[in-house]
Design a protein. Structure first.
Length: 206
């Protein structure tokens, strides 16, 4: 009765819930790894990387590069996720190796699933407490990259045509200037028109 009640699987040899659990944990690990890697790349810098995020300085820094901030929390999450993905492979092998109504690999299946649950839970809490809550946007760097982006020229296509927009982008790229500076130098639009037509926030939505 209660928590001791068992449900018979029909057919008995097709009970693979523990394998499905490993797949779900593997999916969570893949998502967490991507998030951790994105945070690490967006926080790279301070001068030669993307540098759009300021990560918490949890440790003194690199032993060989004074002042460097290592993304240790992101690195820890990715290692946990790699382990969980490996555990999912072990569970798959264990499930595939069972015969008929008996699977003697249940212990390794249970061990890997339980370890994955513990690892993902601990990693999520640590990543939240020691990294996520302390992340700050580097507004100066974001503004710098946004203003120097050549991609924004697509907003000018409907107003000045493809050829003129291409001229602006090519000049800016060749001379290392912004699109605004290039457009004004070519006399293809005014400063006010650039502000009216080029709105990056609107370009992030369909």
């Amino acid at each position: 009765q209660g928590i001791y009640a068992y449900v018979i699987i029909n057919p008995e040899f097709a009970g693979t819930e523990e394998h499905e659990l490993a797949g779900m944990l593997n999916t969570i690990a893949a998502s967490m790894m991507k998030i951790a890697n994105d945070v690490r790349m967006l926080g790279s810098g301070p001068r030669a990387g993307i540098g759009e995020l300021l990560l918490p300085e949890n440790e003194p820094g690199s032993s060989i590069m004074p002042g460097k901030v290592n993304p240790t929390q992101s690195e820890a999450v990715t290692m946990v996720c790699a382990q969980v993905m490996g555990n999912a492979v072990s569970v798959s092998v264990g499930g595939a190796t069972g015969h008929f109504e008996l699977n003697v690999f249940k212990p390794v299946i249970a061990y890997n699933n339980l370890q994955s649950i513990r690892l993902l839970g601990d990693a999520a809490r640590s990543f939240t407490d020691n990294c996520v809550v302390g992340i700050q946007p580097n507004m100066a760097r974001i503004r710098e990259l946004l203003e120097s982006s050549l991609m924004l020229v697509t907003a000018l296509n409907p107003h000045i045509g493809y050829d003129n927009a291409a001229k602006i982008a090519k000049k800016a790229h060749a001379e290392g200037t912004t699109l605004r500076e290039s457009a004004l130098a070519l006399g293809l639009l005014t400063n006010e028109q650039f502000d009216e037509w080029v709105k990056p926030d609107e370009m992030t939505r369909p």
